[in-house]
Design a protein around this ligand. Structure first.
Ligand code: SF4
Ligand code: SF4
Length: 388
């Protein structure tokens, strides 16, 4: 495994820049000036979140205007850019199709690369995984820019900088990891192992329009009007969780990353430039935080009967495309009138929910009534904006 600790910045500085999609150049310039890196003649890989074949207006994938501005600004600085991601969908043409539909292929202006074309099998230090197939371009980049999206996640509570690096795995490798590491806390630990394969040099998070509720491919979009940027993706995710009203320590993969010394996750101990606040009445996802031993015991005992969000297919929206069936790591789905779920086989990875192109899957849980995560203000704050 690469010694990622050498690549970590020595602080937990996060910049919160005001932005909108029509004027992205200004925000990107501000960020690149705040985080000067030696771009000239370097091979720079830009890794957006291209989860699936979703157009930009769905707010599921990194917005192409951010990628376009980033490519333009880096070319101006003499960098050799490449833009690519491995979506959740696998198959020969999946990468390019998803990049085209998300608008990112066009935004890359000739610098798009299909990350699935060239891969490497690597060893890593992990309790659960000994070998992984990752995109070679990730390993060979001089500088790596992670460009995730501000979104909730029904399995891991948040998706952001750390979770976005799961996309360095090629093709069906992601499904293999889900199947090999089905327990939520263990999966979170594996996510941090994967993040450490190649810690990004800079992270720019698209929080112009974020997602609340049951992300990462839900319908509840949330205008926020910001880009969050940091050399430290773990700290950036900590701030994102705090903005969502989710205590960062309750997010397993952030807790684990912090314990490993990869970054500070409590906003009060970070250096933050720009204004931020917990978002008013932010809807947290139907997932459960296994905080501490009590949470872990509750999770172990009650996960299947009570906590686990239930999947439901809406027959009026389902097109019977079978994408969910083809991508279920546990073969828990089969086609009847609509996809039918075998609860005993289901490992609650929610790949089917994430990848349904028609957003025909819905989630329900008793946890909606006793959910511990939502700590955002219930009343609209007047002057509650915090400035660092
Ligand atoms: S639930 Fe979604 S992914 Fe599955 S068959 Fe229906 S439309 Fe396709
Ligand atoms: S049915 Fe959905 S949530 Fe269950 S294992 Fe398959 S993909 Fe994962």
């Amino acid at each position: 495994m690469a010694d990622s600790s050498k690549k970590l910045p020595g602080n937990s500085f996060v910049l919160v820049a005001q932005a909108d999609y029509s004027q992205m150049d200004r925000a990107v310039e501000e960020i690149l000036q705040t985080f000067p890196l030696p771009w000239k003649e370097k091979k720079v890989l830009i890794k957006p979140n291209i989860l699936g074949p979703y157009p930009p207006e769905k707010g599921i994938t990194t917005h192409p205007s951010l990628i376009r501005s980033l490519v333009k600004a880096l070319r101006k600085r003499g960098a050799r850019c490449a833009v690519g991601d491995n979506p959740g969908l696998h198959g020969y043409t999946a990468n390019e199709r998803c990049a085209r539909i998300s608008g990112i292929l066009e935004a890359a202006e000739g610098d798009y690369i299909n990350l699935a074309r060239d891969s490497a099998r690597i060893s890593l230090e992990s309790r659960f995984l000994d070998k992984l197939v990752v995109s070679r371009a990730v390993l060979e980049a001089d500088l790596l820019i992670n460009v995730p999206k501000f979104k909730t996640h029904v399995q891991t509570q948040v998706t952001g900088a750390v979770k976005n690096m799961f996309g360095i795995l090629v093709g069906a490798e992601k499904a293999r990891v889900h199947h090999a590491v089905p327990r939520p806390r263990h999966f979170s630990e594996a996510l941090v192992d994967i993040y450490q394969i190649r810690v990004p040099d800079l992270t720019l998070m698209d929080a112009v329009v974020g997602m609340e509720g049951n992300g990462p491919s839900g319908k509840d979009l949330r205008p926020i009007g910001k880009i969050l940027a940091s050399r430290n993706g773990v700290s950036l995710d900590g701030l994102m969780a705090a903005m969502m009203g989710i205590p960062p320590r309750r997010v397993d993969h952030l807790d684990i990353a912090c314990q490993r010394g990869l970054g500070e996750i409590a906003p009060e101990r970070m250096e933050i430039q720009g204004s931020w606040e917990p978002l008013w009445k932010f809807k947290t996802p139907l997932s459960f935080a296994s905080q501490g031993w009590f949470g872990a015991v509750l999770n172990r005992l009650l996960y299947r009967p009570l906590i686990k969000p239930r999947l439901k297919v809406r027959p009026d929206l389902c097109t019977r495309c079978e994408v969910c069936i083809q991508h279920c790591p546990a073969q828990a789905l089969s086609m009847q009138d609509v996809p039918h779920l075998d609860e005993k086989k289901c490992i609650a990875c929610y790949c089917c929910y994430e990848l349904c192109p028609s957003q025909a899957m819905e989630l329900a849980s008793w946890m909606r009534w006793i959910h511990p995560g939502d700590k955002t203000p219930k009343e609209k704050p007047h002057r509650a904006e915090r400035k660092a």
